[in-house]
Design a protein around this ligand. Structure first.
Ligand SMILES: [Zn+2]
Length: 341
């Protein structure tokens, strides 16, 4: 049965059903706080902070951060607590909190549904694909939660970024209702714009998630970034620069750095364009930045699609999949600004 559902889901990412306007979730979320807890427990070797726990409608939350930022990149231990309840025994949560812990949620991936509101809901709730959140396009103030943030949703598929693979395991997925694209007579993809109200909704939601999980800018990505040979969403009309400028969400390059790389690139760009060593260098830099492309020294289909995905995100004025001097300069400016740790 599961296999059947899987194939139905894969084969049809086509949605058809009435909107579920009554999908509601608890709005309670403990806010990160830097205040010190009242109770501390002395040990012979180190001073341990005792985590404070609050209970909201039967769900327990840590309200203090006991993780140690000097030992972890991603150090927040807030959030809901899921514990075993073994018969006849008591699980205690506050005696021995470990400082070595972080969130499993390390990526935020944005999508468009390529479907209208009602069909988006049907596909994302009744088939073998899903997302944690669905941002509708109906102009109200609702955002639908489809999957608990502590659980995996099935939105990324085969995917990679830098050293990470299968990003369903480590990401929160947001689907945005948008019609996607149509192809013109020569096959160029023509995308449908997002409206401002919907983008504000996405930005507020993304900001909340990024803040709570301390997701780094390098891990806020498009589906097309982590699956460039298969996916185009959320496409070149998704306003990544606006999100960066107005909400400090995700990555963007510095203009002056780009310009200096551009001046260098234009010196002999045309002459070296088809040299295998240059193509290999381009592929290596795309890979270094994060894309799952294999350097082979040829302008192959996978490389073209990867460049196109890069352009959707960072040079949306022209997304022809050809590595031109400006795209090359932007890639290098981004690598300089967001080096792999
Ligand atoms: Zn997607």
């Amino acid at each position: 049965m599961r296999k059947i559902l899987y194939f139905i889901g894969l084969g049809t990412f086509i949605l058809s059903c009435a909107p579920q306007k009554n999908v509601k979730t608890s709005s309670y979320r403990p806010k990160p706080t830097t205040t010190q807890p009242k109770t501390v427990v002395k040990t012979p070797t180190t001073e341990k902070i005792k985590p404070q726990i609050t209970n909201d409608r039967g769900v327990e939350f840590f309200t203090t951060n006991i993780a140690d930022p000097t030992k972890n990149d991603n150090t927040i231990s807030y959030g809901s607590i899921v514990s075993a309840k073994p018969t006849g025994y008591k699980v205690v949560k506050t005696y021995f909190p470990a400082i070595a812990q972080n969130f499993r949620q390390r990526y935020l991936i944005l999508h468009y549904t390529a479907l209208p509101d009602d069909k988006s809901i049907t596909v994302l709730t009744q088939q073998a694909v899903s997302a944690h959140y669905l941002v509708n396009n109906t102009g109200d103030n609702e955002i639908y939660q489809l999957v608990d943030e502590n659980k995996r949703s099935y939105h990324a598929g085969v995917s990679s970024w830098r050293a990470d693979k299968n990003l369903n395991d480590t990401s929160i997925g947001i689907e945005i209702v948008n019609a996607g694209y149509t192809a013109d007579s020569i096959g160029k993809r023509l995308f449908v714009p997002f409206n401002d109200a919907q983008i504000r909704k996405v930005a507020a939601l993304a900001k909340d998630i990024i803040t709570r999980y301390q997701i780094p800018a390098t891990n806020v990505l498009a589906h097309s970034d982590i699956a460039p040979t298969r996916k185009q969403d959320p496409g070149p009309l998704f306003p990544w620069k606006k999100l960066y400028d107005e909400y400090q969400i995700g990555m963007w390059y510095d203009e002056a750095t780009k310009q200096s790389y551009y001046d260098l690139a234009t010196v002999d760009f045309a002459a070296k364009y088809n040299e295998p060593s240059f193509i290999f260098n381009v592929q290596t830099q795309l890979q270094k930045f994060g894309y799952g492309v294999e350097p082979g020294g040829k302008w192959d289909d996978a490389t073209k699609k990867t460049i196109e995905a890069f352009q959707y995100h960072f040079r949306p004025q022209n997304y022809d999949g050809i590595m031109d001097a400006e795209t090359w300069a932007i890639l290098q400016a981004l690598i300089q600004k967001y080096p792999v740790k």
